[in-house]
Structure formats: C-alpha cells, structure tokens
Ligand binder design. Structure first.
Ligand code: SME
Length: 170
C-alpha cells in the first residue's frame, strides 16, 4: 500500500473527495484496528481539503458522552456532552448536521474561535446505534456544499460496512 493517497489538488474539492473514496476503501479493507483506520482517514481528508479541523469523536457508552478520537488540526475539546453542540446533535438524532454558521446554532461548542461552519456525520455500528461521528470544521462560513456532504456520507457508509469487524486494542 502506497503511503500517500493520490490527490489531484487541481480538481475542485468535491471531486477530490469523490476520488478519495476508492483508495480509502482499500486502506480500510487492509486493516481492522479502528484507531489506525480513523487516523488515516482523518489524515487523507485533511490532505485533500483546506478544512480547519477534521476528526472523530467516539461515543463513550460508559460515561454517556463523546470522547475525542483521531483528528487533524488544532487541539480540540476532549469531551462533548449530550444536548450541547453539533456533534451531540448528530449523535442524538443519528442524522447528518450541516451548519452553515455555527454562531446561529443554539448551544454550539466552540473548541476553536476560527471555526465558522461545520458538518457532522454519524457513524452507525452493526447494531444500528451511533458509535462515533465525523466532525469537520471550516474557517469559512457556509463551506460545505451538498455534493461535498454526499461524498463524505459515502465514505462514512464505507466505514459503517466494516465497522463491526474492527477491534480497538492493538
Ligand atoms: N464542533 C463541535 C465541537 C468539536 S470541535 O469544534 C473540534 C460541536 O459543536 O459539537
């Protein structure tokens, strides 16, 4: 497996995201350790885009909150709590959240004052429960087009397919 995914930076961002799907799927199929796969995914998405922060929060069933997982970008909040913010909304509703202006989202959690818009996509485990979310923050307002959201959701569908086979201890 090559150590660099092929990303043609001359393409529009939506096409770059679409072109990542196949190589990412191959990467995910080659490894079952969840942490490694999420880390590579955050890296690939970060390299392919100009987004400010890209990463995963995992559902901590024991504490009933979200805990920071692999990410790229500035240091972020370690825990996110029910009923507060966009990640929690994606977790609790099991629906993608597209927020064009985070300041207009009631209860938004500001880990970074540079984040102005965001998208959060829930990841379901084999039992259909939300096990994690992909959180992407942009330093530009309204920075997530419908085609980009679809491309990200397609990648998360690929993750959901293999999630039940993943392990979490090396
Ligand atoms: N945007 C999230 C908080 C996490 S960070 O910004 C990395 C939220 O509102 O849930």
């Amino acid at each position: 497996m090559s150590h660099q995914l092929p990303i043609d930076m001359s393409l529009p961002r939506e096409e770059r995201l679409n072109s990542l799907r196949e190589p990412l799927r191959a990467l995910l199929d080659a490894e079952t350790l969840g942490w490694s796969n999420l880390a590579n995914m955050a890296s690939a998405l970060y390299a392919a885009t100009s987004w400010h922060w890209i990463g995963f929060y995992l559902v901590d069933e024991h504490h009933d909150n979200l805990v920071l997982g692999p990410f790229q970008g500035p240091v972020a909040c370690t825990r996110l709590f029910k009923g507060k913010g966009v990640c929690a909304a994606a977790w609790q509703t099991a629906q993608t959240q597209v927020v064009p202006d985070v300041h207009a989202f009631p209860g938004h959690v500001a880990c970074s004052s540079l984040s102005l818009s965001e998208v959060v996509i829930p990841i379901r485990n084999g039992a259909g429960r939300v096990a994690a979310v992909l959180d992407i923050d942009s330093s530009a307002l309204n920075d997530f087009g419908p085609g980009e959201v679809r491309a990200l959701e397609a990648m998360i569908e690929d993750v959901e397919r293999v999630w039940p086979s993943w392990t979490w201890g090396a």
